[in-house]
Design a protein around this ligand. Structure first.
Ligand SMILES: [Zn+2]
Length: 279
């Protein structure tokens, strides 16, 4: 190789090398940027999801239409392997509430240990919207007819955020499902009941009238089982996805998409269906 071609060879080679590093740097910047942008935008999920009660959401606070302000900070950092999960649930902030994205897909399995999108709840947020005591929540409840042509049962649900209207729309759509689906929807396990979640001090969202349990007899709940020899709960579900799809369409998350599965449980959590909060 003469000196001229050696020069061009070295030049091309070093250009290729710089190009490689440049591309890598761009990838890295893009990765960091999109990830930080993603987490920065999560708070907007609340604003879009609850227009009836929320006026604006900044990067640090939620401002309600009546002037109430709630903080939006991270209380507990969820560790990468979710090992501090109970502590995370006990101290969840509004940002923690949005941390685990809700899987929209029908192919949501396998769920990693402690992957329970929606189980982290900042209690003051729910108390502010639906009522801070059983008596306050009761004032906003109405009775709806659940699947009148098939089951015809009355259920007490909240009118806040139009939950009553959404459940009526769900009921109407569920009635169009073939007969073999009815058994999952008969004898609903319950809607409103001011109570804590079994084994915790945290209030269940049944306390707020924005949650429904369908037929317990055809459902599975992680606490009814023992962990396997590796200390893991094995996923169980009998509820057909045709039912899940109808609830999700109207902003209700399903407890069947939790590692700590609770397949009878549907809860109105529209924030987890917004662009930056689902996956
Ligand atoms: Zn439930």
């Amino acid at each position: 190789m003469d000196s001229k071609s050696l020069f061009s060879f070295t030049l091309i080679h070093s250009m290729k090398k710089s190009c490689f590093y440049l591309t890598q740097t761009i990838y890295l910047i893009l990765f960091v940027f999109t990830n930080s942008a993603f987490s920065q935008h999560k708070h907007h999920c609340l604003q879009i999801a609850y227009p009836e009660v929320i006026k604006k959401v900044t990067t640090t606070e939620v401002h309600f239409l009546d002037g109430t302000v709630l903080p939006l900070m991270h209380h507990t950092k969820l560790s990468k392997d979710y090992s501090n999960f109970e502590e995370f649930l006990d101290n969840a902030s509004l940002m923690n509430q949005l941390e685990q994205c809700y899987p929209l897909s029908e192919q949501y399995l396998p769920l990693p240990k402690n992957y329970d999108p929606g189980r982290a709840r900042y209690e003051p947020f729910f108390k502010k919207m639906y009522g801070s005591s059983a008596a306050e929540v009761r004032k906003k409840l109405v009775s709806i007819r659940w699947m009148p042509t098939v089951i015809n049962k009355s259920l007490m649900v909240t009118t806040v955020n139009g939950v009553d209207k959404k459940l009526l729309a769900i009921s109407k759509e569920l009635e169009t499902l073939p007969k073999e689906f009815h058994k999952y929807l008969q004898n609903p396990g319950g809607t409103f009941l001011w109570r804590t979640i079994a084994g915790t001090k945290r209030l269940s969202t049944h306390s707020f009238g924005c949650t429904i349990d369908i037929n317990v007899a055809h459902s599975d709940y992680w606490r009814w089982f023992s962990p396997n020899k590796n200390g893991l709960y094995e996923y169980k579900n009998r509820i057909p996805y045709e039912i899940v799809r109808i609830f999700e369409k109207h902003g209700f998350i399903w407890g069947g998409k939790w590692y700590h599965f609770d397949t009878m449980h549907f809860e109105y959590r529209p924030e987890l269906f917004q662009k930056d909060c689902h996956c």
